[in-house]
Design a protein around this ligand. Structure first.
Ligand SMILES: Cc1cc2nc3c(=O)[nH]c(=O)nc-3n(C[C@H](O)[C@H](O)[C@H](O)COP(=O)(O)OP(=O)(O)OC[C@H]3O[C@@H](n4cnc5c(N)ncnc54)[C@H](O)[C@@H]3O)c2cc1C
Length: 386
């Protein structure tokens, strides 16, 4: 990351970045090929991530976190993506679920789960998507019916990141099935030995092969009523919407990191690859393509830096986060495609990082809100301001 340009990169944050860069590069990146092969990271990685300070970096120390800021979270997202470690999602665990707990959880909920999450003793996931409801979250069909001092959950979720490892799942369910947004609530579900809870198969994807993306099934699953997130039912949709800008920014930060890595990889490749007796890098097309890609990466980073500053100031709004998410993920796919082209046939071989980046990047235009939805959010804000 260009720490000279970024005001948010204080000495403390830069030091933290240097230390975690080593962890991702030396400890986790070498394990990626095995994880990709087995379609699952080893469970120990979560403990190790906790020990090395990668989890819950911006959660207060009182709840077991590191007491840092969004800047610390940003460097974790950046360094994980830069190291091409895609087989376990710290963004979902720390960036999303921990912050739902911090923002809406009771004191008892925070003390019960956050310290264990920070240590990597438990793994968290968020289960919004269903076979019939992805973008349109108000249409979820999973229900949570109140029965005495419990909720009874029924439904099926799909595409759930960290789904195989998850011990704690934040489930989006309807507590009032007659309502759309107002019927949605968030419930924290502890999965260990939970009757009626079942994980489906690990889903086969075109990229991110080591990440455990799974289906989850709930058949009359009983969870204590105190596991509701927030004081009252029906606030789930608002809670989801409030947290989305930071989640989208984390996706954008990872995309900017991968873009820079693609440029670095391709520069190194083009410098050593000989074509017609000359380095590939000597050809004008290669030079121009790399110049274009490096410019795109620098522009993306400049915008991301500004968004990080705004997140730290508490002023990052929905349309700006949407701009960051769609533009960086869109650009990433284009940059990676150009960089792959410069690798020739080797770019199509998965032993080359650029091939993995190509496949791994594609989903970023879909998850966290499809890029079309991002444009709709921006257009709506423009219309409201017109
Ligand atoms: C690898 C992976 C990991 C994921 N991880 C999680 C997770 O951890 N938890 C979770 O809950 N979900 C997760 N998801 C699900 C993801 O969030 C959804 O796939 C996404 O929200 C889109 O929903 P959908 O697939 O049902 O597509 P649909 O809602 O059917 O949308 C299909 C397409 O329609 C278009 N579209 C939709 N709405 C609009 C609109 N308003 N305007 C214009 N065009 C529109 C877009 O092009 C969109 O891509 C994951 C998905 C993948 C692939």
């Amino acid at each position: 990351m260009n720490d000279q340009a970024a005001r948010w990169m204080t000495d403390d944050v830069a030091q933290f970045r240097d230390s975690i860069r080593k962890v991702f590069e030396r400890e986790f990146a070498p394990l990626e090929p095995r994880w990709r092969e087995q379609h699952l990271a080893d469970r120990m990685v979560w403990r190790r991530a906790g020990e090395t300070g990668l989890l819950c970096t911006s959660i207060p120390e009182a709840y077991g976190g590191a007491g840092g800021t969004f800047a610390h979270e940003a460097v974790v997202a950046y360094e994980q993506a830069r190291a091409l470690v895609t087989s376990f999602s710290i963004n979902v665990h720390s960036g999303i679920v921990a912050h739902y707990l911090l923002a809406y959880g009771s004191e008892a909920q925070k003390l019960r789960w956050l310290p264990k999450m920070a240590r990597g003793e438990i793994v968290a996931a968020i289960a919004m998507t269903e076979p019939g409801a992805g973008t349109d979250l108000q249409a979820v069909r999973t229900t949570a019916r109140r029965d005495g001092d419990h909720y009874v959950i029924n439904g099926a979720k799909t595409f759930i990141t960290n789904g195989h490892h998850a011990d704690l799942v934040c489930v989006v369910a309807k507590t009032d099935a007659t309502q759309r947004a107002k019927g949605v609530s968030l419930l924290m579900v502890e999965t260990a030995d939970l009757p009626g809870f079942r994980r489906g198969r690990l889903l086969e994807k075109i990229g991110q092969h080591g990440l455990d993306t799974a289906e989850l099934f709930f058949d009359d699953v009983r969870v204590p009523a105190e596991n509701l997130l927030g004081d009252e039912e029906g606030h789930g949709f608002r809670q989801l919407m409030q947290q989305l800008p930071r989640e989208r920014l984390l996706i954008a930060i990872g995309a900017a990191a991968t873009m820079q890595r693609a440029v670095d990889e391709t520069l190194a490749y083009a410098a050593q690859r000989k074509v017609f007796g000359e380095p590939l890098l000597a050809m004008q097309n290669t030079r121009f393509k790399l110049a274009e890609c490096a410019t795109e990466a620098a522009l993306a980073q400049a915008f991301i830096d500004r968004c990080i500053e705004r997140q730290l100031e508490g002023t990052l709004d929905v349309p700006t986060a949407a701009m960051a998410k769609w533009s960086t993920t869109d650009k990433l796919c284009r940059v990676v495609d150009e960089c792959l082209q410069l690798h020739g046939g080797y770019g199509y071989m998965t032993e080359y990082p650029i091939a993995r980046m190509y496949a791994d990047a594609r989903v970023l235009r879909i998850l966290g809100g499809a890029n079309e939805v991002m444009k709709e959010l921006i257009a709506r804000a423009m219309e409201a301001g017109a």
